[in-house]
Design a protein around this ligand. Structure first.
Ligand code: FPP
Length: 237
């Protein structure tokens, strides 16, 4: 098990970007406009990460449950992802951002998948910031997949008695990444919503009523200041 020491360094920030729909409704706009504004907010936060020594940013872009939304909204989200890669990839790459995906992108349109694969391939060596997009992601599904991977290893002859927590962690989408130090949730709800269930065991939580499209530098600074004030004991005293 990786040794945890009490630390105030915020290396990995995770965000549940909630409230896009309500932000749009409040303005009498279609929900898709809220997601569009949400992409703008994401861009702002990506730009702020390196200056704040954040090396990993992981955002919940589309959950395994989001397929239940009206088809038009699902299509709008997919179109935004397409547009995001088309418009931002060059700049992200120039700025040293490595793009990763957490989740199973198999059910996405082949053309979008190709675009995502290309974005991951060309940015794979970038070191400034690892931007992980959780796409068709669910924490339970990720754990089930890891359990299956371990089961297959056992069938091939490995002895499960030799496995430690790190062996399971190495079967998750987040393989090789540090665990999130802080999880921000916008939009007023106080729940984890099947996001990074294993990885957030010791993560500090910070929730705000602000809708995601309204989240900017001021809110990020407030969250970072709150994090600095927390005592992280990782189960110790
Ligand atoms: C939650 O708001 C947000 C989502 C389901 C998607 C988040 C997506 C983005 C910010 C943009 C897409 C991302 C990329 C990388 C292109 P909600 O619709 O649940 O809001 P509500 O709770 O007010 O209805």
């Amino acid at each position: 098990m990786m040794k945890k020491t009490a630390s105030k360094k915020l290396t990995h920030l995770a965000i549940i970007m909630d409230g896009n729909g309500r932000w749009a409704q409040k303005r009498g706009l279609p929900r898709a406009m809220g997601h569009r504004a949400g992409v703008e907010a994401l861009r702002r936060i990506v730009e702020l990460c390196p200056g704040n020594q954040i090396e990993y940013l992981t955002v919940y872009a589309f959950s395994t449950e989001n397929w239940k939304r009206p088809q038009t909204e699902v299509q709008a989200l997919m179109a935004l992802l397409n547009e995001f890669i088309d418009k931002e990839l060059t700049l992200l790459h120039q700025n040293g951002v490595c793009i990763r995906v957490l989740g199973d992108i198999e059910p996405l349109a082949p053309s979008l998948r190709k675009k995502i694969d290309h974005a991951m391939a060309i940015t794979a060596q970038n070191k400034k910031l690892v931007l992980s997009l959780a796409l068709n992601y669910g924490g339970r599904r990720e754990l089930l997949q890891a359990a299956k991977a371990l089961a297959y290893r056992a069938l091939k002859g490995e002895n499960p008695e030799n496995w430690q927590e790190d062996d399971l962690a190495a079967e998750l989408f987040t393989k090789g990444m540090p665990e999130p130090d802080l999880l921000i949730r916008t939009g007023g709800d106080l729940r984890v919503s099947n996001f990074l269930l294993w990885q957030i065991a010791y993560t500090e939580l910070w929730c705000t009523d602000i809708f995601w499209p309204d989240f900017g530098e001021e809110e990020l600074m407030a969250a970072l200041a709150a994090f600095k004030g927390r005592q992280r004991r990782f189960g110790g005293v």
